[in-house]
Ligand binder design. Sequence first.
Ligand code: ADP
Ligand code: MG
Length: 263
Amino acid sequence: MSTLVIEGLRATVAGREILRGVDLTVNSGEVHAVMGPNGAGKSTLSHVLMGRPGYTVTGGRVLLDGTDLLTLPTWKRAQAGLFLGMQYPIEVPGVSLRDVLAEAFTAAGRDASQVPALVGAEAARVGFDERFLLRSMNADLSGGERKRNETVQLGVLNPKFAVLDEIDSGLDVDALRAVARRVEAATTESGLGVLAITHYTRLLTELHPDRVHVLSKGRIVTSAGPELAEELETTGYAGWAEDEEQAASTASRPADPFADPLA
Ligand code: ADP
Ligand code: MG
């Protein structure tokens, strides 16, 4: 059993504070959805977790089984068991998916000769066309194919925790189901813990969240069970769309439609 603890995480991008104290704990086998309006800092959170250059951490810790990931370079975070599925997976000319995964296996001291078989099996599970496996990563792939590609990587690498940034964006219904089912299966087969960043609840009909969090203006403003995702479907994020000054000055949130009346 592993635990990913995000504690008081603050970060700036281009001199602007985007994450303003994020607290979140994910255990093995759990799915946590992070939802929220555009510009809330959801992608920034995923980049900061993985250590993308250009994002400056100004406070807090991210502990994977007690090890502070923020002190490690990106490749060591990956070796420690963290995986990032990017919102916009990039093309990597001249490097195939198999090459990338074989290198990752070698670097981690795993047997790289297993990679082709594992990749084939994972590609079949999510309906990723075998023809793409030898091509340059993501070259000329549609948005949906790129997300299947990310999911193949996830399945082969078998990380402890996956941060999936809008893995549902650009997917048709069939691809969405295939990807979400594969991730859901990993939570039970290998105890994968998931931080699923999404705008929409449709992903969550296949990938069942244990907790749903709303990120607004760089903070988790509310957390609840899966019913919160359904409520957001009808209410939207209007309750959290206050201006920055107000957010900074008000500790309590009168507009919170999900506030516990007994609290
Ligand atoms: P979300 O994923 O929730 O839509 P983002 O994390 O992408 O939000 O962005 C949050 C804010 O940070 C936005 O105002 C965005 O313009 C800014 N931001 C994110 N990344 C960068 C960057 N690399 N350079 C400048 N501003 C950025
Ligand atoms: Mg985003």
